[in-house]
Design a protein around this ligand. Structure first.
Ligand SMILES: Nc1ncnc2c1ncn2[C@@H]1O[C@H](COP(=O)(O)OP(=O)(O)O)[C@@H](O)[C@H]1O
Ligand SMILES: [Mg+2]
Length: 349
């Protein structure tokens, strides 16, 4: 059987560029070479697209671009190309791609924009489609869709653009502190502030607005955050539930990538019934947001054992020690098997 050509897209015009490099390296090095022929496509932080011919080893330390092994290249929206246009000095070469694997986090990668391009191009791709990706990336829309499916979400309000400082108090009148102020579209905790008093709101809103033009202000949920890995299109594979133990503040960028004062427990330290309820809730949310392929569904478990939705990550961290693969490892899937399943799911949808 001929090997399928898999285009792995990495980097991205996003604040999460660096994290993508780590995730992509793991995906690339776990692709079964007997089944798949890997085509590497790097997108720089500035948004330049390059076909990368060098070694994957230069991806995680971000030296791939300096190697002189890159050629300007783009995915053509023209379906007859079904792949890449590469701009060599004297000619344009086309390379057919069977399936794309976007390992991009955050804006311009996880938010439906790239998925739209791949859909236009007629190229099957790993993960959620355009609408689902866009809905999951938008913390407000995601809450509303989950709410319609009967899932509890934190009480919140949304600000479009700047609100004058004197407007903030009446707008948040119904909400009780502490509050989380977040960009509606972002990830890795960029632009998020936990405020203990409403006096801190103007600064927090300004910080969030640096990342997006809309801000969501939501009540802090007591308890702890749990995650659930979901894999599949119609028939779903559900991983073990994990738990984030915080010892101070919240799961901010530093904690996410250093775990200095926090810890991830996989499986979560909860009873079986609660784990089962969390998995069922994750499936309802996955379906409500029209997810396909994969997603990590994050929720809070309150001291009263209530499950409250937080967010869905449609391209979750994919390093070999990341939460999504660890939760699936918990039910016996290896990283290689996960990558393989994802590619097969993309081609069947
Ligand atoms: N309503 C909330 N209640 C309690 N903690 C929250 C709330 N919203 C966010 N957090 C904390 O902030 C972290 C990042 O928020 P999240 O909405 O998951 O954004 P990101 O997409 O950046 O991961 C969460 O992991 C959690 O620790
Ligand atoms: Mg999160």
């Amino acid at each position: 059987m001929e090997r399928k050509k898999v285009a792995v897209l990495f980097g991205g015009c996003s604040t999460e560029y660096n994290i993508s490099l780590q995730s992509a390296y793991s995906v690339i090095t776990h692709l079964n070479a007997e089944l798949y022929d890997t085509i590497l496509v790097g997108i720089t932080r500035q948004g330049n697209w390059l076909r990368y011919y060098g070694s994957p080893e230069k991806i995680p330390d971000n030296t791939w671009m300096d190697s002189g092994e890159c050629i300007s290249a783009v995915i053509s929206p023209d379906r007859s190309i079904h792949g890449l246009l590469e701009f060599h000095d004297d000619k344009v070469i086309t390379t057919r791609v069977d399936v794309a694997f976007p390992v991009l986090h955050g804006k311009n990668g996880e938010d439906g924009t790239l998925q739209g391009l791949l859909t236009m191009a007629g190229i099957p791709f790993v993960g959620c489609g355009t609408l689902s990706s866009a809905m999951c990336m938008d913390k407000d829309i995601a809450h509303k869709m989950a709410g319609l499916a009967g899932i509890k979400t934190p009480a919140s309000i949304v600000l479009d653009q700047k609100a004058a400082e004197e407007e903030l108090l009446p707008l948040t009148g119904e909400l009780n502190c502490p509050l989380f102020v977040k960009p509606v579209n972002a990830g890795s905790s960029f632009g998020i502030t936990k405020v203990m008093s409403k006096r801190e709101l103007p600064d927090a809103v300004r910080t969030a607005l640096d990342h997006d033009c809309r801000v969501i202000i939501e009540e802090a949920i007591e308890g702890f955050e749990v995650g659930c890995a979901v894999l599949g299109n119609e028939s779903l594979t559900i991983g073990e539930v994990d738990e984030i133990e915080l010892n101070q503040g919240f799961f901010d960028y530093t904690e996410k990538y250093t775990l200095k004062t926090s810890a991830i427990h996989m499986p979560a330290r909860i009873d079986r019934d609660t784990a089962q309820r969390i998995k069922q809730t994750a499936v309802v949310i996955y379906k409500a947001l029209h997810c396909s392929g994969c997603a990590r569904v994050d929720m809070f478990l309150t001291p009263e054992q209530e499950i409250i939705f937080n967010e869905v990550n449609t391209i979750p961290g994919f390093t070999s020690h990341s939460r999504y693969p660890s939760m699936l490892k918990g039910i016996g899937l290896t990283f290689e098997q996960i990558v393989d399943r994802l590619i097969r799911l993309a081609m069947e949808s």
